[in-house]
Design a protein around this ligand. Structure first.
Ligand SMILES: [Zn+2]
Ligand SMILES: [Zn+2]
Length: 320
């Protein structure tokens, strides 16, 4: 049994064996970054290659001995602004936005039958289907994972660029570094409150008001479905359903194995169409266990698990 994980230490990774070159880069990062001090101010010490490596594997967010949780900003107000909450922010605010859209869609419909038909086509198929079918994929791949566009060079291109990446309004970069940090997993509601009305404004030039309102409401609802499912993959509750376990396993591969693949949260349709689905993982014992319902990589089990980087341990595979 090894001592508890240190803050900023790599999580045990049953899906990936670290190469010598990657291990050396992680070591360099550990030498440059003090995870017990605010992180954003230190990022200008990293080269592009080191930043991409930092973002590519999950790290431990808590010092087990002192219980210090990783901090991003030196200023408390800024630190608070970087946090987001699914239950106290996204669900009430985006839920309200979806209901307002529904109300506008209802008032703009010619009859109740017209409203029901528009609801099914625009709200469910167009809005929720659009967000879960392709929207979550496009956002996750092209907006939330900008580290994929950084060239792996030795250039230290200034802290501002890196700070922007990590303090970007979507929180996802931070989620990739500290997967178990529940304050930085949900996409902030303000992001959707800007994006979806902008989409609705464009659609208004092409579609009637009822269709635009119901599509917008569906997009708000779809964003909640996607974010709630993502949250459940990391913090539960675990659903005893094959589809949930399959998607969780797929998402864990995105975190532990390759963050340029497996972008789908609610389904793998877009990944399959765009050629970004990773290889069949049924051969992986660890993922098979997870698909049977084991909740991997929770903080408590990791604290006493095996060496970081390459080993699967019984403790890491235990149910919480
Ligand atoms: Zn991601
Ligand atoms: Zn995640």
């Amino acid at each position: 049994m090894r001592p508890a994980l240190k803050i900023g230490e790599l999580l045990p990774n049953p899906l990936h064996t670290i190469s010598g070159e990657e291990a050396a880069t992680h070591k360099k990062i550990e030498e440059k970054i003090n995870f017990k001090a605010p992180l954003l101010a230190q990022l200008d010490k990293l080269s592009s290659a080191e930043l991409v490596t930092l973002l590519s594997r999950p790290h431990h967010p808590v010092d087990e001995r002192t219980k210090y949780s990783v901090k991003l900003a030196s200023d408390d107000t800024e630190e608070k602004l970087l946090k987001s909450s699914l239950l106290t922010e996204n669900v009430p605010y985006l839920g309200l936005a979806a209901q307002l859209c529904l109300l506008v869609g209802f008032c703009a419909s010619d009859s109740f039958v017209d409203f029901i038909a528009s609801f099914v086509v625009c709200y469910i198929l167009g809005g929720i289907g659009g967000m879960c079918g392709m929207g979550e994929y496009l956002l996750h791949r092209f907006m939330f994972n900008p580290q994929n566009y950084l060239s792996k060079s030795d250039e230290v291109s200034g802290g501002d660029r890196f700070k922007k990446l990590l303090s970007a309004g979507d929180n996802h970069c931070i989620h990739h570094i500290f997967m178990q940090d529940s304050d930085h997993i949900t996409t902030p509601y303000k992001f959707y409150l800007r994006l979806i009305p902008a989409i609705m404004a464009v659609l208004y030039f092409m579609l009637p008001l009822k269709a635009v309102a119901l599509l917008g409401g569906g997009l708000f609802t779809g964003s909640l479905v996607s974010d709630a499912l993502h949250y459940s993959f990391h913090f539960g509750p675990s659903l005893n359903h094959e589809w949930w376990r399959y998607m969780k396993a797929s998402h864990m591969k995105h975190h532990f194995l390759d963050n340029t693949r497996d972008f789908g949260i609610t389904n793998t349709l877009a990944d399959r169409c765009m050629g970004t689905q990773s290889d069949d993982h049924k051969r992986s014992v660890e993922l098979q266990r997870m698909q049977r319902g084991d909740l991997l990589w929770n903080v408590k089990s990791l604290a006493t698990s095996g060496p970081a980087g390459s080993t699967t341990t019984k403790a890491a595979l235990k149910k919480p």
